[in-house]
Design a protein around this ligand. Structure first.
Ligand code: 6GU
Length: 240
């Protein structure tokens, strides 16, 4: 069973929305396990403190290395060794390549930061991989952890349908953005479904979708487009 341990000051936030829908079904099917742990359970003083003022001064509070380390120890004694990640806006951006790597392994231990941060020494001592889910600031790592877990769980064997899995595989690291989708009614509020989609010509439909996916990727994500064209070029070179 893929095993997620989450170290947080708000364990009630898990599994949260992941207890519903696809991930919730997978939880009930014992495809994965969601083990939320309260960092505060590892506090040692009579005030149960998990944070302290920053050395050097400044605003906010910093999570104590000894408390975080004890929480990590407790999580890692369960089952097989797993990669430990610290969710922070200063981390490396999460992408589908890292999601695939984590999903293919035994699970993850996720440290959710609150306050201004976590003492640098425990990040280094534990070799925590620092990961961010995007260039904006959340009030804590919990919502980011939920996003990461959702992305990993949907790739676990038995979670998605075979069709979606095959689709995922074919995209590889050089995904284009999706082409636009349409369904009935064919005419709605004066807007029509593009006629090619009603033509029954499968090859033309595929060509149209490809062109639309390329157009939207070029317009919205020049970074993805550059990576895509680069990969296409090297794939052709390898194929000779
Ligand atoms: Cl991982 N944490 C926080 N607090 N904010 C974020 C984030 C993580 N990723 C993007 N914004």
């Amino acid at each position: 069973m893929w095993h997620a341990s989450i170290l947080t000051l708000f364990p009630e936030m898990f599994p949260g929305p992941l207890g519903l829908s696809l991930a919730g079904k997978a939880l009930r099917d014992k495809i994965w396990r969601c083990d939320a742990r309260d960092i505060r359970a590892h506090a040692t003083d009579r005030h149960r403190s998990v944070d302290d003022t920053p050395c050097g001064g400044g605003a906010g509070m910093v999570m104590r290395p000894d408390v975080v380390d004890a929480a990590m120890d407790a999580a890692l004694t369960e089952g097989v060794p797993r990669p430990a990640l610290f969710l922070t806006p200063r981390g490396r951006l999460l992408d589908q390549a890292l999601v695939r790597e984590l999903s293919a392994g035994p699970g993850v231990v996720l440290l959710c930061g609150r306050f201004e941060g976590v003492d640098q020494r425990v990040i280094e001592a534990r070799g925590l991989r620092e990961v961010s889910i995007g260039d904006y600031v959340l009030s804590g790592g919990e919502v980011a952890a939920l996003a990461l877990l959702d992305a990993c769980v949907r790739l676990l064997p038995g979670v998605m349908g075979a069709a979606e899995s095959a689709e995922e595989e074919s995209h590889g690291a050089s995904a284009l953005l999706e082409y636009p989708h349409y369904t009935r009614p064919v005419e709605w509020q004066g807007r029509s479904v593009p006629p090619v989609l009603l033509s029954g010509h499968h090859a033309e439909v595929a060509r149209w979708r490809r062109a639309e996916a390329e157009k939207i990727t070029r317009e919205r994500r020049p970074d993805l487009w550059a990576r895509h064209t680069g990969t296409e070029t090297s794939a052709r070179a390898i194929a000779g």
